[in-house]
Design a protein around this ligand. Structure first.
Ligand SMILES: [Zn+2]
Length: 265
C-alpha cells in the first residue's frame, strides 16, 4: 500500500441511522417526515473543514448526500466549499437521503435511480469536480447492490469496512468477500476502508472508546497522501491504496480544534 486516499462523508445529525433510513434502527425508517434543514453545527463544520483543506493543501474526496444539494443553506455551504478549495476537492455520492440500502430488501431499480439522481445533482453543482464514485450510507452494502451501482454508472465503490466486527452490514451472508466478489463481477472497483489487523480505524472508530487509540496510531502510519492531480487516476487505477474516511462534523469536536490524526498535519 503505497499511497493514501483521503475521503469525508457529509452526514448531518438528521442522517444518523437512529433518526431515519434504516428499517429497524430508525425512528423514521423511510425518512418521509425527517426535516432536512442543516444543523448550525454542520454548517460550521463545513467551514472548518474548508479551513483545514486550505491550510494543509490536502486533496480530499467529499461524499455528499443529495438532499443537502436541495436545501438552500446546505447547498450554499457546499458550493462555497467547492469554490474556495478548488481542485483540491472532488465530490462523490453518499446517496440521496442516507437510506441504508443494504439493510432493506433488495431494490436494484430503486438504488440505480437514486444514485443516478445523486450523480446528476453533483455534476450540476460541482461540474468538473464531480466523480462517479459511491459510498453506501451507514456502511450497509449487500452483494445485490453491485450490479445496481454498475447500472448507475458507478466506477468506484468505497463502502466496505472489511472487519468481522461489522460483518452484519455485508448483506444476508454476512461475508465481506461476497460483496467484494459481486463488485468485481459487476465491473465496479471496490476501495475498502483501511483497517488495522482487522480492526476498524475509520469513521466512528476514530472516536469510540477502545478503538480510538488504535485508529489514531494507524492514521499516523499511513503512506503518503495522494496529490490533487493524482486522485482521479489513482482511485480508478489498479494500484492498492489506503482509503480512510472521517465525518465532516468531526471538525466540531474538541471545541472545533479536532483534525484528522495525520502525521503531516
Ligand atoms: Zn453516512
Amino acid at each position: 500500500m503505497s499511497r493514501t486516499w483521503l475521503t469525508v462523508d457529509t452526514d448531518d445529525a438528521h442522517h444518523r441511522p437512529w433518526r431515519q433510513g434504516h428499517p429497524t434502527r430508525s425512528k423514521d425508517p423511510s425518512g418521509q417526515w425527517t426535516a432536512r434543514q442543516p444543523s448550525k453545527a454542520w454548517i460550521a463544520s463545513i467551514e472548518r473543514f474548508g479551513d483545514w483543506v486550505q491550510q494543509t493543501g490536502h486533496a480530499v474526496t467529499v461524499f455528499v448526500i443529495q438532499d443537502q444539494l436541495v436545501h438552500p443553506h446546505a447547498r450554499k455551504a457546499l458550493l462555497d466549499l467547492a469554490a474556495r478549495c478548488g481542485t483540491l476537492l472532488t465530490f462523490a455520492s453518499h446517496g440521496t437521503s442516507h437510506r441504508a440500502w443494504g439493510a432493506w430488501p433488495e431494490d436494484a431499480a430503486g438504488l440505480t435511480a437514486a444514485v443516478k439522481r445523486s450523480f446528476a445533482a453533483n455534476e450540476e453543482a460541482f461540474g468538473e469536480q464531480a466523480r462517479p464514485w459511491f459510498r453506501a450510507p451507514s456502511g450497509y452494502v449487500a452483494p445485490w447492490m453491485a450490479e445496481a451501482l454498475a447500472q448507475a454508472g458507478v466506477t468506484v465503490d468505497s463502502s466496505v469496512n472489511p472487519s468481522r466486527l461489522v460483518r452484519r452490514k455485508a448483506g444476508p451472508t454476512r461475508r465481506w468477500s461476497d460483496v467484494i466478489e459481486a463488485m468485481d463481477h459487476a465491473g465496479v472497483l471496490e476501495r475498502t476502508w483501511h483497517v488495522h489487523r482487522g480492526w476498524p480505524v475509520c469513521g466512528p472508530a476514530l472516536h469510540l472508546p477502545g478503538m480510538a487509540g488504535r485508529a489514531r496510531r494507524a492514521w499516523n502510519n499511513l503512506p503518503p497522501l495522494l496529490m490533487a492531480e493524482e486522485v482521479k487516476g489513482a482511485v480508478e487505477g489498479r494500484d492498492e491504496l489506503a482509503t480512510v474516511y472521517w465525518h465532516v462534523v468531526d471538525h466540531m469536536r474538541r471545541k472545533g480544534r479536532w483534525r484528522p490524526p495525520l502525521r503531516s498535519t
